[in-house]
Design a protein around this ligand. Sequence first.
Ligand code: CMP
Length: 518
Amino acid sequence: MKRFVPLLRELWIPLLVATAFVTASFYQQELIVRLGIVTAAQIRHIFPYILGVGIWISLAYLLNRLLVVVFWNPLNRRVPVPRLLRDVTALLIYGMAVTGIVGVVFDKPIGPFWAASGAGAIVIGLALRNVILDMFIGLAVNFDRPFEIGDYILLAGGPSGRVLELNWRTTRLVTSDGHLVVVPNGKFGEMIVTNYSRPDPTCEYELSVFLDFDVPPDRALRVLNAAVRSVVGKAGILEEPSPKARIRGIALQGVEYKIKYVQDPRQAGPSGEPDDPLKAPSKAQHEVWKAVLDQMNRAGFQPATPRQDVFHAQRPQRQLLTHSLEDRVALLARVELFQDLNVEERTQLSAQMRELLFKEGDAVIEIGAEGDSMFVLCEGLLDVRIVLQEGQSENSVAKLQAGMFFGEMSALTGEPRSALVVAATDALVFEITKTQIAALIRNRPELAEKIAEVVTERKLRNSQAVAKASLSTTMVKKKSLTAQLMSKMLSFFGLKAEPATKRIGNAEGNLSLSTETA
Ligand code: CMP
C-alpha cells in the first residue's frame, strides 16, 4: 500500500478529474435536472458532448501523467530523457483522444484522419530514421544496462574509454588521451562492447622478462618475486591474489619469466582513491618494471638481449686443387682402390704421381704400346676401345669415369696395352709408375687382390664382346652361304628366284619361290 501513496500523490488531480467526468456521464439526466438546465434546450443538447469531450481529455491527461510518473521519471533518474520524446508520446496520447472525440462523441468517420496522420508518420519516420533508431537503441541500452556512467568500455574496432554520459541519442566516452568520443546509440545495436568494469573491476596483468640461460632459475625467481611484491599497494596493485613470478618457457633469447599481478583501478589513485581505469594499468606497469629493474640491478643481472654466438674456425675448403699435395691426398681418398690406405701412404703416393691433362679426342693409351704405369682418372670421361674382329678398327667396350683406375693390365703384367683409351671429354689423370705401385703392393698385398678382381672383370667383358662380334659374323657368313647354295640349286632345277622386291618374307626370313612356266 505504501508503494502507491507517492503514486497517488502525483496522480490525484488527473484521477479526480477523470473520475468526475466518468461519474457525471453516468448521472447525466439527474445532473441536467439538478443544475436547472432542463429548459435551456441548447445547453441540454450540448451537455453530453461536453461530458464526452471531458472524459476523453481527462483520460488522456491521466494516461500521460501515469506514463510520466511510472516510466519517464524513473528513467530520467538514470539518464536524462529528452523533452522531445516525452512530448511526442504526449502528442500521440492526445491525438488518440481527439480521434476518440471525433469518432465516438461526434460520431464522425475517423478513417481519413488516421490515413492522413499515418502518411505523415511514414514521411517523418523515413526522414528521422537514424534519430529514431538511436533513440530506441538508447532506450534499450538503458533498460539492458550493459554499462553505466563511469564504466570503462572498449568498442569492437573502435575507441575505448570511460563512459561520461548516456543520453537519448548518443553515448559519450573520454579516452585515456582525454578526448571526448561521441558514439550514436544506434551503433550499440550492431557492435560488440567489452566492459572492463564488470563483473569485477579488478584486472589481472602479465609482464614478460627474458633472462640469460646462465642465470639460475631459483635466483631469478627470488629476485622477480621480491620485485613484484614490493609494489603491492602502489597504483592499485592488490596483495590478494598475491603477485608472483613464474617461468613461462624457453626461447632463443633466453628463459622467459612471467610476472603476474592483479590491480584494482578503484584504488589506483595517488592515495588509494579511484583512478582513471584507462591510466591505471600503465601506472601499475610502470611501478612493476621499475621495481624489477631495480632488483635485477642490485642482484647483478640484466635482461637477456637477442644475440648470436660466433665461433672462429678454419674455413672449410670449397675446392680441392690437384697440384696441391694436401688436396691430392684428399682426392686419392675418394678413389675406391686407395680408400684403405692410411694418410702416410696416400701422402707418399700423392707426392710421386704425375698429373696429365688430355683434350677431348686425345689418346691416353695406345693399343699394343708398351706400358709400365697405371692411371687414376681425376676429372673427365674416357672411352675404352678394343679390336673385336681382326682387320677392323677398335670398338667401344666401356667408359671410365672419375675415380676409376686404368692401364693396370700392362703395368702389372708387362703385356702390351690391351685397349685404346681415348678422352671422351677433356680429362685430368694421375700417372703412377710401376715402381711406385709395386712398393705399395709390397706393403698392402690386398691391393693386388682388388686390382686382380677388376682386371678379371674387364677381361671377361672384353672377351664376351669379342665372342658376340664373332658370333654375329658367323651368322652373316651362314646367311650368305645359304643364299649361295639356294641360287645354285635353283639354277640346277631350271628355276629362278623372284626379284628381291617380289619376295614375300616371313618372320624367319624364309623365301617363297615362284615356278617359271614354259
Ligand atoms: P692396359 O691393358 O694396361 O691398357 C688399356 C687399359 O684399358 C687396360 O689396361 C685397362 O685398364 C683398360 N681396360 C681394358 N678393358 C677395359 C674394360 N672392359 N673396362 C674398363 N677398362 C678397360
